[in-house]
Design a protein around this ligand. Structure first.
Ligand code: GTP
Length: 216
Protein backbone atom coordinates (compact mmCIF):
# COMPACT_ATOMS: atom_id res chain seq x y z
CA UNK A 1 0.00 0.00 0.00
CA UNK A 2 1.24 3.42 -0.84
CA UNK A 3 0.03 6.31 1.25
CA UNK A 4 2.67 8.88 0.56
CA UNK A 5 3.10 11.53 -2.07
CA UNK A 6 6.63 12.89 -2.33
CA UNK A 7 7.26 11.54 1.17
CA UNK A 8 4.23 13.21 2.73
CA UNK A 9 1.63 11.29 4.66
CA UNK A 10 -1.72 11.33 2.90
CA UNK A 11 -4.91 10.32 4.72
CA UNK A 12 -8.45 10.01 3.47
CA UNK A 13 -11.71 11.83 4.22
CA UNK A 14 -15.02 10.36 3.06
CA UNK A 15 -18.03 12.67 3.33
CA UNK A 16 -21.29 10.94 3.99
CA UNK A 17 -23.46 13.42 5.86
CA UNK A 18 -25.65 14.42 2.90
CA UNK A 19 -29.41 14.00 3.07
CA UNK A 20 -29.88 11.45 0.24
CA UNK A 21 -33.10 13.23 -0.71
CA UNK A 22 -33.02 12.19 -4.35
CA UNK A 23 -32.49 8.54 -3.39
CA UNK A 24 -35.06 8.74 -0.60
CA UNK A 25 -32.98 6.07 1.12
CA UNK A 26 -29.61 6.46 2.90
CA UNK A 27 -26.97 6.10 0.17
CA UNK A 28 -24.37 4.82 2.66
CA UNK A 29 -26.60 1.78 3.26
CA UNK A 30 -27.26 0.89 -0.38
CA UNK A 31 -26.31 -2.74 -1.02
CA UNK A 32 -23.79 -3.43 -3.78
CA UNK A 33 -23.24 -7.16 -3.94
CA UNK A 34 -22.16 -8.29 -0.47
CA UNK A 35 -21.17 -4.78 0.64
CA UNK A 36 -22.99 -1.55 1.39
CA UNK A 37 -22.03 1.57 -0.55
CA UNK A 38 -19.99 3.22 2.23
CA UNK A 39 -18.19 -0.04 3.03
CA UNK A 40 -17.15 -0.32 -0.61
CA UNK A 41 -15.86 3.25 -0.86
CA UNK A 42 -13.95 2.85 2.45
CA UNK A 43 -12.36 -0.36 1.19
CA UNK A 44 -11.16 1.19 -2.05
CA UNK A 45 -9.93 4.49 -0.56
CA UNK A 46 -8.12 2.57 2.21
CA UNK A 47 -6.13 0.68 -0.40
CA UNK A 48 -4.34 3.92 -1.25
CA UNK A 49 -4.35 6.26 1.77
CA UNK A 50 -4.30 5.97 5.54
CA UNK A 51 -5.72 6.80 8.02
CA UNK A 52 -9.22 7.17 6.59
CA UNK A 53 -11.93 9.09 8.43
CA UNK A 54 -15.63 9.50 7.80
CA UNK A 55 -17.44 12.83 8.21
CA UNK A 56 -21.05 12.01 8.98
CA UNK A 57 -24.18 13.62 10.25
CA UNK A 58 -24.77 12.75 13.92
CA UNK A 59 -28.25 11.33 13.47
CA UNK A 60 -27.51 9.18 10.45
CA UNK A 61 -27.31 5.40 10.45
CA UNK A 62 -23.95 4.05 9.34
CA UNK A 63 -23.12 0.53 8.21
CA UNK A 64 -20.60 -1.56 10.13
CA UNK A 65 -17.14 -0.19 9.38
CA UNK A 66 -13.63 -1.34 10.33
CA UNK A 67 -12.40 -0.25 13.80
CA UNK A 68 -9.50 1.58 12.17
CA UNK A 69 -11.89 4.08 10.53
CA UNK A 70 -12.58 7.11 12.73
CA UNK A 71 -15.93 8.88 12.45
CA UNK A 72 -16.35 12.61 13.08
CA UNK A 73 -19.65 14.45 13.04
CA UNK A 74 -20.77 17.65 11.34
CA UNK A 75 -21.04 20.61 13.69
CA UNK A 76 -23.82 22.17 11.61
CA UNK A 77 -25.67 19.33 9.90
CA UNK A 78 -26.47 19.90 6.26
CA UNK A 79 -23.97 22.76 5.93
CA UNK A 80 -22.46 21.09 2.87
CA UNK A 81 -19.08 19.73 1.81
CA UNK A 82 -16.65 22.55 2.69
CA UNK A 83 -17.32 22.61 6.47
CA UNK A 84 -17.14 18.80 6.44
CA UNK A 85 -13.81 18.91 4.61
CA UNK A 86 -12.47 21.42 7.19
CA UNK A 87 -13.55 19.12 10.01
CA UNK A 88 -11.82 16.17 8.38
CA UNK A 89 -8.61 18.12 7.77
CA UNK A 90 -8.56 19.25 11.44
CA UNK A 91 -8.97 15.65 12.51
CA UNK A 92 -6.10 14.48 10.30
CA UNK A 93 -3.67 17.38 10.69
CA UNK A 94 -1.61 15.71 13.44
CA UNK A 95 -0.96 12.60 11.38
CA UNK A 96 -1.02 13.81 7.77
CA UNK A 97 0.14 16.59 5.51
CA UNK A 98 -2.66 16.04 3.01
CA UNK A 99 -5.92 14.16 2.57
CA UNK A 100 -7.69 12.61 -0.38
CA UNK A 101 -11.34 13.69 -0.15
CA UNK A 102 -14.14 11.53 -1.54
CA UNK A 103 -17.91 11.41 -1.59
CA UNK A 104 -19.60 8.25 -0.33
CA UNK A 105 -21.71 7.88 -3.47
CA UNK A 106 -19.02 7.17 -6.08
CA UNK A 107 -18.85 3.37 -5.79
CA UNK A 108 -16.74 2.88 -8.90
CA UNK A 109 -13.90 4.99 -7.52
CA UNK A 110 -10.62 3.17 -8.09
CA UNK A 111 -7.03 3.07 -6.98
CA UNK A 112 -5.56 4.37 -10.26
CA UNK A 113 -7.76 7.46 -10.23
CA UNK A 114 -6.88 8.26 -6.61
CA UNK A 115 -3.19 7.84 -7.41
CA UNK A 116 -3.48 10.06 -10.51
CA UNK A 117 -5.03 12.82 -8.38
CA UNK A 118 -2.37 12.43 -5.67
CA UNK A 119 0.39 12.64 -8.23
CA UNK A 120 -0.89 16.07 -9.34
CA UNK A 121 -0.36 17.54 -5.89
CA UNK A 122 3.44 17.90 -6.04
CA UNK A 123 4.18 21.31 -4.48
CA UNK A 124 0.58 22.53 -4.73
CA UNK A 125 -1.88 23.02 -1.86
CA UNK A 126 -4.74 21.28 -3.59
CA UNK A 127 -5.26 19.04 -6.62
CA UNK A 128 -8.73 18.60 -8.04
CA UNK A 129 -10.36 16.93 -11.04
CA UNK A 130 -11.70 19.43 -13.57
CA UNK A 131 -14.29 18.67 -16.25
CA UNK A 132 -14.66 21.63 -18.59
CA UNK A 133 -16.08 24.38 -16.42
CA UNK A 134 -17.04 21.89 -13.70
CA UNK A 135 -14.90 20.87 -10.76
CA UNK A 136 -14.93 17.76 -8.61
CA UNK A 137 -14.06 18.93 -5.08
CA UNK A 138 -14.86 15.45 -3.80
CA UNK A 139 -12.29 13.89 -6.12
CA UNK A 140 -9.40 15.94 -4.85
CA UNK A 141 -6.46 16.09 -2.47
CA UNK A 142 -6.14 18.95 0.02
CA UNK A 143 -3.14 19.83 2.18
CA UNK A 144 -4.08 19.87 5.85
CA UNK A 145 -2.37 23.28 6.07
CA UNK A 146 -5.39 24.68 4.15
CA UNK A 147 -7.63 24.26 7.15
CA UNK A 148 -7.13 27.81 8.47
CA UNK A 149 -7.88 29.32 5.07
CA UNK A 150 -11.02 27.21 4.81
CA UNK A 151 -12.17 28.19 8.30
CA UNK A 152 -11.64 31.87 7.44
CA UNK A 153 -13.69 31.42 4.28
CA UNK A 154 -16.47 29.70 6.20
CA UNK A 155 -16.48 32.48 8.78
CA UNK A 156 -16.98 34.88 5.86
CA UNK A 157 -19.79 32.63 4.58
CA UNK A 158 -17.84 31.56 1.52
CA UNK A 159 -18.80 27.93 1.10
CA UNK A 160 -17.91 26.81 -2.40
CA UNK A 161 -14.88 24.55 -2.72
CA UNK A 162 -14.09 26.20 -6.05
CA UNK A 163 -13.63 29.53 -4.24
CA UNK A 164 -10.95 27.79 -2.21
CA UNK A 165 -9.33 26.38 -5.34
CA UNK A 166 -9.15 29.88 -6.81
CA UNK A 167 -7.55 31.34 -3.65
CA UNK A 168 -4.75 28.84 -3.15
CA UNK A 169 -2.03 27.21 -5.22
CA UNK A 170 -4.14 24.60 -7.03
CA UNK A 171 -3.41 21.97 -9.62
CA UNK A 172 -6.09 20.48 -11.81
CA UNK A 173 -6.36 17.04 -13.33
CA UNK A 174 -8.33 17.38 -16.52
CA UNK A 175 -10.82 14.57 -17.12
CA UNK A 176 -9.34 14.07 -20.58
CA UNK A 177 -6.11 13.04 -18.85
CA UNK A 178 -8.08 10.77 -16.56
CA UNK A 179 -9.66 9.04 -19.57
CA UNK A 180 -6.33 7.39 -20.37
CA UNK A 181 -6.83 5.21 -17.27
CA UNK A 182 -10.64 5.37 -17.01
CA UNK A 183 -12.17 5.99 -20.47
CA UNK A 184 -15.77 6.14 -19.22
CA UNK A 185 -14.86 8.15 -16.09
CA UNK A 186 -16.46 5.46 -13.93
CA UNK A 187 -14.48 6.66 -10.94
CA UNK A 188 -16.37 9.98 -10.92
CA UNK A 189 -19.83 8.54 -11.43
CA UNK A 190 -22.05 9.40 -8.49
CA UNK A 191 -25.27 7.62 -7.68
CA UNK A 192 -28.03 10.00 -6.63
CA UNK A 193 -31.29 8.40 -7.72
CA UNK A 194 -32.84 4.95 -7.60
CA UNK A 195 -32.75 4.86 -11.38
CA UNK A 196 -28.99 5.46 -11.34
CA UNK A 197 -28.63 2.75 -8.68
CA UNK A 198 -30.50 0.16 -10.76
CA UNK A 199 -28.51 1.16 -13.83
CA UNK A 200 -25.29 0.66 -11.85
CA UNK A 201 -26.39 -2.80 -10.67
CA UNK A 202 -27.23 -3.79 -14.25
CA UNK A 203 -24.04 -2.43 -15.78
CA UNK A 204 -21.68 -3.90 -13.19
CA UNK A 205 -23.40 -7.28 -13.04
CA UNK A 206 -23.89 -6.76 -9.29
CA UNK A 207 -27.62 -7.20 -9.83
CA UNK A 208 -27.42 -10.93 -9.38
CA UNK A 209 -25.87 -10.72 -5.91
CA UNK A 210 -27.58 -7.62 -4.52
CA UNK A 211 -30.64 -7.62 -2.28
CA UNK A 212 -32.30 -4.34 -3.23
CA UNK A 213 -34.05 -2.68 -0.24
CA UNK A 214 -36.92 -1.09 -2.19
CA UNK A 215 -39.23 -1.87 -5.10
CA UNK A 216 -38.05 -1.36 -8.64
N1 GTP B 1 -20.52 15.36 6.21
C1 GTP B 1 -21.26 15.91 5.25
N2 GTP B 1 -21.29 15.36 4.03
C2 GTP B 1 -22.08 15.95 3.09
C3 GTP B 1 -22.84 17.10 3.34
N3 GTP B 1 -23.51 17.45 2.21
C4 GTP B 1 -23.18 16.52 1.28
N4 GTP B 1 -22.32 15.61 1.80
C5 GTP B 1 -21.74 14.45 1.12
O1 GTP B 1 -21.19 14.92 -0.09
C6 GTP B 1 -21.42 13.97 -1.13
C7 GTP B 1 -22.19 14.62 -2.27
O2 GTP B 1 -23.45 15.01 -1.79
P1 GTP B 1 -24.71 15.24 -2.73
O3 GTP B 1 -24.43 14.70 -4.09
O4 GTP B 1 -25.14 16.63 -2.62
O5 GTP B 1 -25.71 14.22 -2.14
P2 GTP B 1 -26.65 14.14 -0.91
O6 GTP B 1 -26.75 15.38 -0.12
O7 GTP B 1 -26.25 12.91 -0.17
O8 GTP B 1 -28.03 13.80 -1.65
P3 GTP B 1 -29.24 14.76 -2.08
O9 GTP B 1 -29.97 15.03 -0.80
O10 GTP B 1 -30.02 13.93 -3.03
O11 GTP B 1 -28.63 15.98 -2.71
C8 GTP B 1 -22.14 12.79 -0.51
O12 GTP B 1 -21.17 11.84 -0.17
C9 GTP B 1 -22.77 13.41 0.73
O13 GTP B 1 -22.98 12.47 1.77
C10 GTP B 1 -22.77 17.67 4.65
O14 GTP B 1 -23.40 18.69 4.98
N5 GTP B 1 -21.97 17.04 5.55
Amino acid sequence: MSNTNNQIQVGGIILCGGESLRMNYPKVLLPLGQELMLQRVIRIVSEVVSPVIIVASRDQELPEIPDSIRVVYDVNPGAGPLPAIALGLRELERDCQAAFVSACDTPLIHKDMIQAILSKLAEHDLAMVREGQWYHPLAAVYRTSLVETIEEMLAARIQRPIDLAERVNSAFLDVEELRSIDPQLHGLRNINTREQYFELLRETGLEATTRVPFDR
